[in-house]
Every structure is written in C-alpha cells, then in structure tokens.
Write a protein that binds this ligand. Structure first.
Ligand SMILES: [Fe+2]
Length: 342
C-alpha cells in the first residue's frame, strides 16, 4: 500500500474497498476474480488519473496494493514501450486498459506462434499460471493499464519465441516490478539499483523506446514537417559530406537548443510535438542522444537508422561540406550557420 499513501487516504480506501469485495478464504484468486478487480479499479478514474505518469524514457509504474493474496500495479505506457516475452512465475494475472490502446502478443501453448490483439479502453486480458505474453504500446497515444497478480509476483521467466512457436526460456529472475521491460528485465541489485548495463545494454534499452527512421522514411517524414538534426562533429562532416537542409547542432548543446523551455532554444525548431530525427555517422550516438531528448520532453525525438552513411547509400541527396544551400530547405526552414545559432 505504500505507493498510494502518498496520494492520500481516500485512494487507499477506494482500492481497499475493491480488494475487500473479492472472494474471501482462498489463498489464491482466480483469473476471473483478478479481471473483475482490475476492471473495477479502472472504473475509478478519480483514483488512477491524478496518479499516473508517462515517462518516454522508462516505463512508469506504481504499486497500488499488496497483501498475501494479490498485488496490484498501475502502469503508464508511452509509444514504443513494451515488455519482453515472459510468464508470471506461477502467478495468475489480469490487466485492464484504462486509457489508450495496448497490443498483446500471447502464446496459448508452446509450439504455437504468438497471437496479436489490440486492447482498447475498457478491455483487458486475464490469464492462468502458465500464460506467456508480451505487452506494449504501439500507438502514438499514451496508454494506462491496471494489473493484478495472485499470488503476488515474485519471479518471472523471460522467453525467446522461435518462428515455429517454440518457447526457449532465457532467464528466470526475481522481480519487484510488473511486466519486465528491459533486455535483462528485473535484474535488481540488493541495493535496489539496476545492474550496470554496459554500453550495449544501454543502447538496446534506448532503442526499445524509439521508433527509428530508415533513410527513405526519414526523407518522407521531413516532407511532412520533421526536422533532420546532424550532430556529427565538423571533422566527420568535412570527411563524409552533409545532408542538404539538415540542421547542424553540436552534440554538446543539443538539449539546450531543442528544449522549448531553454533560454538557448532554437526558435521555430524547439517543440514538444515536432518530430526531430537525429543523424550521426552510423546511428549509434544518435540513439542515445534521442533518448536524452525524449527525457527532456521532446517526446517525438528519434534517430536515423544507419546514420549519414545509410542515407548516402540509399541514394538520397548529399553535398560536400561547405557547399552553399540554395532555395527552400526540405524542412521548410531558413538555413542556419554552419554550427547552428549560438
Ligand atoms: Fe505479463
């Protein structure tokens, strides 16, 4: 109950009232009971709406309740956030979509491929102890869901699903959170901190939250109002060439130029709802930079898959470093200086 103590006693009372309405006696709640529970809580919008948050970098969640029979979680999902394929360590469960749309891939039994279904507001999923699924928000809108597990979650196994539907367990982990979300989900050190991921893990985690653009998609997005931002150092642009119309913003000032709240923002570009596509040489540093921008609040920041080299290989326009811009830029903006405004 610790989570909603912060929100005030009335929320605690409301959740407790719903939980106390469940069948008494049994140590374990059925999937049907859990489904009724999460549906009932989803109907109490005044409880979850003021509490829920949506973090574009890391999926947000909060425990609403825990007792010996059940634990209940509130989860906020932004576009592209999803889980790995997982079971629930022998717990039954249910979740209900309170707002937005979630996609669930579920595997009825081993040997069958994942079935996909979309769950809109007022719908949900209930499952028994052997259920395996993956859940995510593939829509641009925010989503909110309420999850319950009985007995309370204590471990999960993450799976790899083969093209023939076979399940291969990858790792079984103790959990203190709902619905694993990282490449190494639930790996919580005794001090409560996540284990160090290393650069590969950090990059994989960053890209899980990005809808990355391939070169042709990026070119089309620019025609629709997106902005290409080249973060490569001058020396690399000198050696490799440039993309006509791309804004050049050095990596070390990127967040300050693109945060609409920053005094050093780039007027006409810094925006919470404009798509920003970052470009580096091969599309590695740009993924990390895009993730940082999203955390700043530029929630449509993403990056160019394969970077400048992929853009050039796709036959899209490039120019030699220093060649003058002529005419209207693809992004519809006036040309900036070689390093952008200072
Ligand atoms: Fe799950």
């Amino acid at each position: 109950m610790s989570a909603i103590h912060e929100g005030g006693g009335s929320c605690v009372d409301a959740v407790s009232a719903v939980v106390s309405g469940l069948a008494r006696g049994a140590d374990r709640l059925s999937a049907r009971d859990l489904s009724r529970l999460v549906a009932g809580l989803a109907g109490l919008e005044w409880v979850w709406r003021p509490m829920v948050q949506h973090d574009p970098v890391e999926r947000w969640y909060r425990r609403l309740h825990r007792d010996r029979r059940v634990d209940i979680w509130l989860i906020g999902w932004t576009e592209g956030q999803d889980t790995t394929v997982h079971d629930h360590g022998g717990s039954s469960g249910a979740f209900w979509v309170a707002d937005g749309v979630l996609t669930e891939g579920y595997s009825p039994r081993t040997g069958q491929p994942l079935h996909l279904r979309q769950l809109g507001p007022g719908t949900g999923s209930a499952f028994g102890r052997r259920y395996v699924h993956i859940v995510g928000n593939q829509s641009p809108a925010l989503a909110t869901s309420i999850h319950a597990y009985s007995p309370p979650l204590s471990r999960m196994t993450v799976y790899r699903i083969g093209t023939d539907g076979t399940r291969t367990p990858v790792e079984t982990l103790p959990v203190d959170r709902p619905e694993p979300m990282m490449a190494q989900p639930g790996r919580i050190a005794p001090n409560g901190m996540a284990w160090p991921q290393g650069i590969d893990g950090l990059l994989a985690e960053a890209r899980r939250h990005l809808r990355r653009r391939k070169p042709l998609e990026a070119a089309q997005a620019v025609r629709g109002g997106a902005v290409l931002v080249d973060i490569r150092p001058m020396e690399e642009r000198r050696q490799q060439g440039e993309i006509p119309g791309a804004l050049v913003i050095p990596r070390n000032v990127l967040e300050w130029r693109l945060d609409p709240r920053s005094e050093a923002r780039l007027e006409g570009v810094a925006s919470y709802d404009r798509e920003i596509i970052l470009v580096c040489t091969e599309g590695y540093a740009s993924s990390l930079a895009a993730t940082t921008l999203r955390r700043v609040g530029v929630v449509r920041a993403t990056d160019l898959e394969g970077g400048f080299l992929a853009w050039k290989a796709a036959g899209l326009p490039v120019r030699r470093f220093g060649e003058a811009e002529a005419g209207t830029l693809p992004c519809g903006l006036a040309p900036f200086g070689r390093e952008g405004p200072s």
